[in-house]
Design a binder for this molecule. Structure first.
Ligand SMILES: N[C@@H](CCC[C@H](N)C(=O)O)C(=O)O
Length: 325
């Protein structure tokens, strides 16, 4: 079968976007899982953190389903939703639409650029809950805000929240990648505490309304950035750190930067995530019937937008004293 796709990314969190509706494809659940395992593989596949399947919806202009590279489906994907928003906005020629996701119908729009020449998309990250049952997480209280999880680490404190996929966030003085990898891996093997797994983030407050976030993603491992994690991290560092409500928090990540705006409406927190939705190339992948082999042809690259994105990446790296040269 021939499958047209777009290779795209949000903050370097990269995806294969397949529009099932546009291409008259209707995969079974097993096929979506198999395609994710086959195509996301960094060594033998196309290589990506996940697949974004775009489907029709009777509640919104479109529907997104997101599969991690290990073939599991996630409730939500913030960076992926920006890519799907861009795809649908380009397709429909409208700058404000709604996309159905597993847990909610979410507003997405094209907004003011966060950096010169970077088309920017704002997506709602909702619903947000601090109830441990919403992750789910087995814990001795209804919420786990700034608590120790001795099974995971004796050094760090964590806050658990769903946005609506499951996250734990730890504010640290310095993000140590190896330590994050170990804790993230352990958390995803600790089914007595996190029966459905969890995304684990380390967050460093750089200055007021500016943080650096790094995430070990459930179903993937360490990624350049995770949109829901950056949203969760902005909220947690607003509650426990020095960020302000209603003010863009600049979240620097390994793949660039985004802005997150946290608002409070009564007891409800809302987060808006703003950032790129960059297309790298589009192509057609031919997959054999048993989904064990594939061939990619007719690749068309989007050079200009990728050059523009490199400038954003260099700028983001300069903010944390790094260089991508
Ligand atoms: N990278 C995503 C999140 C993808 C899903 C996550 N790994 C999970 O299983 O919850 C994002 O940008 O939010």
């Amino acid at each position: 079968m021939k499958i047209p796709f777009i290779k795209c990314h949000g903050s370097g969190n990269d995806f294969i976007l397949i529009d099932e509706l546009e291409n008259a494809l209707a995969f079974t659940e097993e096929e979506r899982k198999h395609l994710s395992l086959l195509l996301c593989d960094r060594n033998n596949g196309i290589g990506s953190d996940g697949i974004l399947f775009v489907l029709g919806s009777d509640k919104a202009e479109g529907r997104m389903r997101m599969f991690n590279s290990d073939g599991t489906e996630a409730e939500m994907c913030g960076n992926g939703l920006r890519c799907v928003a861009r795809h649908m906005i380009d397709k429909l020629g409208r700058s404000n639409i709604q996309i159905e996701t597993e847990k909610a119908v979410l507003s997405v729009s094209q907004v003011e650029q966060i950096y010169p020449s970077i088309d920017t998309f704002a997506v709602a990250i909702e619903p947000v809950s601090f109830d441990v049952a919403s992750l789910p997480m087995n814990f001795s209280a209804e919420q786990a805000v700034d608590v120790e999880i001795p099974e995971l680490s004796e050094r760090h404190r964590f806050t658990a929240l769903s946005v609506p996929n499951p996250h734990i966030v730890s504010l640290v003085d310095e993000v140590k990648e190896e330590e994050l990898y170990e804790i993230g891996k352990k958390a995803n093997q600790l089914s007595s505490v996190f029966p459905n797994g969890v995304n684990v983030s380390f967050v460093q407050q750089l200055e007021q309304n500016q943080i650096f976030a790094r995430t070990y993603e459930r179903g993937v491992g360490l990624t350049n950035a995770c949109g829901t994690a950056m949203s969760a991290s902005s909220l947690v560092s607003t509650l426990l750190g020095t960020n302000e409500l209603d003010t863009p928090v600049v979240v620097i990540n390994k793949g660039g930067l985004v802005h997150c705006i946290v608002t409070k409406d009564g007891d409800t927190y809302r987060i808006q995530l703003r950032g790129n939705g960059t297309n790298v190339y589009q192509a057609v992948v031919e997959v054999n019937d048993d989904m064990q082999a594939f061939y990619v042809h007719s690749e068309e690259r989007f050079e200009e937008e990728n050059k523009a994105y490199e400038k954003l990446q260099n700028y983001a790296a300069s903010l944390i004293g790094g260089s991508r040269a």
